[in-house]
Design a protein around this ligand. Structure first.
Ligand code: ITT
Length: 198
């Protein structure tokens, strides 16, 4: 059995591989195809963008496809970077630049006010055009400095109270116990049979 995830993000792929691997399901991503163009993320919500990515790729491949649209929501920044998380510091800038931008904007904000959450929306698209979305959230705080080398994106500045470490200090297995992505996927798997019955 295999599942196609409509993503080019290596960090996401690694997490999905760990999550699906436990169930004996092989994960394919857009990194396994050469000829798939980027889907432009024109939506203003995680759900819009997840549906856009999933339906575009499902139409191209004529298969069931899952897409992940996710991001970091920082309360003291009125919800930024939100749906713009991947390109917060500008198109083509790396995770490091995005992290710097968040930390700079939060300078002087005390720890109790540095509340934040990761949000993940997963969209499933069937080749017939039907779509479903599920969400997962993980609550935490933004640190003052990057700590840890695992994971991707904003993980080094996201402190997880439950684990008393940043997301980037967790192993892939530990992150998959508590992450927004793992929670959304759990939700999706719990309704999977219903989505495909009859
Ligand atoms: P695809 O569209 O190809 O899936 P992307 O990186 O552009 O890749 P998004 O538009 O969903 O994906 O942007 C998500 C961004 O949010 C991602 O680039 C990270 O900066 C951040 N992010 C999402 N999940 C994260 C996680 O688990 N840990 C750290 N940062 C995360």
């Amino acid at each position: 059995k295999r599942m196609i995830i409509a993503t080019k993000n290596k960090g996401k792929v690694a997490e999905f591989q760990q999550l699906f691997g436990k169930k004996g399901i092989d994960v394919r991503s857009l990194l396994d195809y050469n000829d798939i163009p980027d889907v432009e993320e024109t939506g203003t919500t995680f759900a819009d963008n997840a549906i856009l990515k999933a339906t575009t790729i499902a139409n191209m491949l004529h298969e069931v496809v899952i897409a992940d649209d996710s991001g970091l929501i920082v309360d003291a920044l009125n919800g930024e970077p939100g749906v713009y998380s991947a390109r917060y510091a500008g198109e083509g800038k790396d995770d490091q630049a995005n992290i710097e931008k968040v930390l700079t904007k939060l300078q002087g904000v005390p720890f109790e006010q540095r509340t934040a959450r990761f949000h993940c929306t997963l969209a499933v698209a069937k080749p017939n055009g039907e779509t479903t979305t599920v969400d997962g959230v993980c609550e935490g705080y933004i640190t003052e400095e990057p700590i840890g080398g695992n994971g991707f994106g904003y993980d080094p500045i996201f402190y997880v109270p439950e684990k008393q470490r940043t997301m980037a200090q967790l192993t892939k297995e530990e992150k998959n116990e508590i992450s927004h992505r793992a929670k959304a996927l759990q939700h999706l798997l719990s309704i999977w049979d219903k989505l495909f019955e009859k």
